[in-house]
Design a protein around this ligand. Structure first.
Ligand code: KDG
Length: 335
């Protein structure tokens, strides 16, 4: 089933290249939602995607963006795409693993070593392999953007070693792999939608959360957290998902514009995310957060502690999905 869908998607896109100039571009209004504030680098990506639409459709398309979970959290927005009531969502892969178990591969702890590896995997054959699964869930993945490497913030103590996690009430995304990872580290892990995190930290319902520096900054977590430790324990991609039901009402040329402009947005968003990361770290420390690198010995202990998460979730994610990821990383690292 999957190869046929992937092939039909590829054929559709290929056809668009050959279409005559008079191919159909209709007047359209596209709604896109995200869980973070517009000040996050995702805002730069959306602005670039909007400018790309203007250029390629001569202003026939309007892109309306909704921020900070205004149209519901990632899971709710993704379900709206599947039911054909919303065009687009930019969501982390993690909160929708309950719908698409294979996406759990990206939540395996310490999977990617750096952004270059993440880009090579996501924009290469492996990323296409995962995107090829989306149509069967009623979704089209237009591109992978960057949420980024995740670091732990908390109100109790710096994380220097495994024992520093003990008993900490850590919010995690609604995802069994993150839940297992942080339970294995000795925390009291609490799954929670992103939109609820700030108030839970503010009321001390939870002690900690984990996100990239740009999210800690643009979501003002520095106002309610004291410590930020550079754990880099996972790299989360964003997926620019489109409703398959609505996609099928677009001409092949319009579908190509959606893909091309999502890629234009991707390059701008990633560049902005990486440029802002150091600025965000400076801003959150200036705001009073204490930042620490995790000592090598402590990090080695933490990585060893969570290695078992891979085997425990391999069947749920899909053995082929995990094996192909590890093979792709091995090949990349051998280059
Ligand atoms: O829509 C944005 C969310 O997908 C993103 O912020 C998820 O990193 C995330 C979190 O911690 O929930």
């Amino acid at each position: 089933m999957k190869p046929i869908i992937a092939a039909s998607l590829a054929a559709t896109l290929a056809m668009s290249v050959a279409l005559p100039a008079h191919a159909q571009i209709s007047t359209r209004t596209i709604t896109v939602s995200n869980g973070i504030a517009e000040e996050h680098p995702v805002g730069d990506g959306v602005a670039a995607m909007r400018a790309c639409y203007d250029e390629k459709t001569g202003g026939a398309w309007t892109l309306n963006a909704f921020w900070s979970s205004a149209l519901g959290d990632d899971l709710q927005a993704t379900q709206a795409l599947r039911s054909g009531t919303q065009e687009m969502v930019i969501t982390s892969s993690s909160p929708i693993v309950g719908i698409i178990p294979a996406l759990g591969v990206f939540d395996l702890p310490f999977l990617f070593a750096n952004e270059a590896e993440a880009d090579a995997i996501l924009d290469g054959e492996y990323g296409d392999y995962i995107s090829g699964m989306m149509p069967e869930y009623g979704l089209i993945n237009l591109a992978y953007w960057e949420n980024g490497f995740r670091n732990l913030t908390n109100s109790l103590r710096p994380i220097q070693s495994l024992e520093d996690f003990d008993g900490m009430r850590v919010r995690v995304m609604q995802n069994n792999i993150f839940l297992d990872t942080f339970q294995t580290l000795g925390t009291n892990a609490l799954p929670m939608a992103f939109g609820e995190v700030f108030s839970a930290l503010e009321t001390r319902t939870i002690d900690a959360q984990e996100n990239p520096y740009v999210t800690i900054d643009t979501s003002q977590f520095f106002e309610v957290q004291e410590y930020v430790s550079a754990t880099r324990h996972a790299y989360t991609p964003f997926m620019v998902l489109f409703s398959r039901a609505l996609w099928e009402n677009y001409s092949a040329e319009e579908q190509q514009i959606l893909v091309d402009c999502a890629i234009v947005g991707r390059d701008v968003q990633r560049e902005s995310s990486r440029a802002l990361s150091e600025e965000s770290l400076a801003r959150i420390t200036e705001a009073g957060m204490q930042h620490n690198e995790v000592p090598e010995e402590g990090l080695a202990e933490i990585r060893a502690a969570v290695q078992g998460v891979y085997d425990r979730h391999k069947d749920t994610i899909g053995a082929e999905v995990v094996d192909r990821m590890l093979a792709a990383l091995e090949e990349l690292r051998a280059q």
